[in-house]
Write a protein that binds this ligand. Structure first.
Ligand code: PLP
Length: 406
């Protein structure tokens, strides 16, 4: 380990909480990560000291928030190595970013009979917006299957691609299976057919370095709250050639150039896609979160989380009746499992009463659950503030739960 876990844990005040009189152990970072003090302090500073609507006033505070807000755009640009700051759009999160692309790209480029390809392991956020687009335009959503191990069946992709394929949308990391998808290979294949690719990075940006130029993806989306930042903020990176050709998603303030009752012209990128008062406090919090993970180093984070993943997988695997859902070769620190006939909700409830926060259910991936023929899973997601001792404790708690419920 190349960082001091004990001093890192001090940055996360929630880890000092107790629930039901027991120490609180957090294994649900894939749903929403904890926020370090540095993020809370950055946001508190805005609430206490700087109130001004960015881009909208000549006064001191408005200028201060404008500068801070736009500085985070530069930060995000460098964080994912985007070619320019104008290609970074602030949104409410991954879901809004995908909806933006589904609507605006769909308006510009998708017609009746066209096709969008997604995969069997997508989150609802990367399924439903495409279905809505398909309904609006009479287009078709096609689905790339996965293997029983939980890996994309890339060999089937060629069968799905036709002259009508207008876009592909895949996650970088599955929120259920933990699979890290070979997204660069997919993009190369898609580009060979001139098909753009959207990458859902909601479970990817927090686990390793992302370089959108190296991936050559056309769109990349992620949420602040899964990257140790606040809720209510996310990003969309899009190649300028697409964003320029796409109509605005929402109308209102700041996204305009000139408004009259006879018509409106729209602002340049990135503002064309940022209607209304921006969530500047959250954006500034996101900037602090990016600073924080960069100080630890995403390479260090990935290495430590991998160590935790291997440790936890080995421990769980030896348990009687244990079935790990998602055995891909390349995995991020997310472990879904079922034990014997125990329903995931029952397991989750018992663990909760012992102070362990794990997610249970379909994880907003009902089609994936149908594919696997299961009602849901229990999901243990590990972040860099977790420890091997916590894993030992949760394994004991799972064993105790199995004993009680069997
Ligand atoms: N995509 C994936 C893979 C996710 O895991 C999630 C959230 O769990 C989302 C999209 C949606 O993210 P948000 O709810 O932050 O918009």
């Amino acid at each position: 380990m190349s960082f001091d876990i004990h001093s890192i844990r001090k940055d996360f005040p929630i880890l000092e909480q107790q629930v039901y009189g027991k120490p609180y152990t957090y294994f649900d970072s894939a749903a929403t990560a904890l926020r370090p003090l540095q993020v809370l302090q950055a946001m508190e500073k805005i609430f206490r000291e700087f109130n001004g609507n960015p881009h909208r006033g000549a006064h001191y505070m408005s200028n201060q928030t404008t500068l801070a807000y736009e500085a985070v755009r530069d930060q995000v640009q460098h964080f994912i190595n985007a070619p320019s700051r104008e290609e970074i759009i602030f949104t409410k999160g991954t879901t809004e970013s995908i909806n933006l692309v589904a609507y605006s790209f769909g308006e510009a480029f998708v017609s009746e009979g066209d096709e969008i390809i997604i995969s069997e392991m997508e989150h609802h956020a990367n399924i439903v917006p495409w279905q809505m687009l398909a309904q609006r335009k009479k287009a078709v959503v096609k689905v790339l299957p996965i293997s029983d191990r939980g890996e994309l069946m890339l060999e089937k992709l060629d069968e799905l691609i036709t002259e009508r394929t207008k876009l592909m949308a895949f996650n970088l990391v599955s929120n259920v299976l933990g699979t890290i998808n070979p997204i660069k290979t997919i993009i190369e294949k898609a580009h060979h057919h001139n098909i753009p690719v959207l990458v859902d990075g909601a479970q990817g940006v927090q686990h390793g370095n992302v370089d959108v130029q190296d991936l050559d993806c056309d769109f990349f989306v992620f949420s602040g709250h899964k990257l140790y930042g606040p809720t209510g903020v996310g990003c969309l990176y899009g190649k300028r050639k697409w964003l320029d050709a796409m109509p605005p998603f929402l109308g209102g303030g700041e996204m305009i150039e000139k408004v009259s009752f006879s018509g409106t012209t729209f602002n340049a990128l990135p503002y064309k896609f940022e209607a209304g008062t921006p969530n500047f406090t959250e954006v500034i919090g996101l900037g602090a979160a990016i600073d924080y993970v960069q100080q630890i180093g995403l390479t260090n984070i990935a290495a430590y989380e991998h160590e935790l993943l291997e440790y936890a997988t080995e421990k769980l695997r030896t348990m009687k009746g244990m079935r790990i859902i998602g055995e891909a070769e390349n995995k991020a620190s997310v472990i879904s499992f079922l034990v014997g006939q125990i329903h995931p909700y029952d397991m989750g409830m018992f663990l909760d009463k012992m102070g362990f926060a794990l997610r249970t259910g379909h994880h907003c991936a009902q089609p994936l659950m149908d594919r696997l023929g299961i009602p849901g899973t229990v999901r243990l997601s590990l972040a860099f503030y977790n420890t091997k001792e916590e894993i030992d404790q949760v394994v004991k708690a799972i064993e105790k739960t199995v004993e009680l419920l069997s």
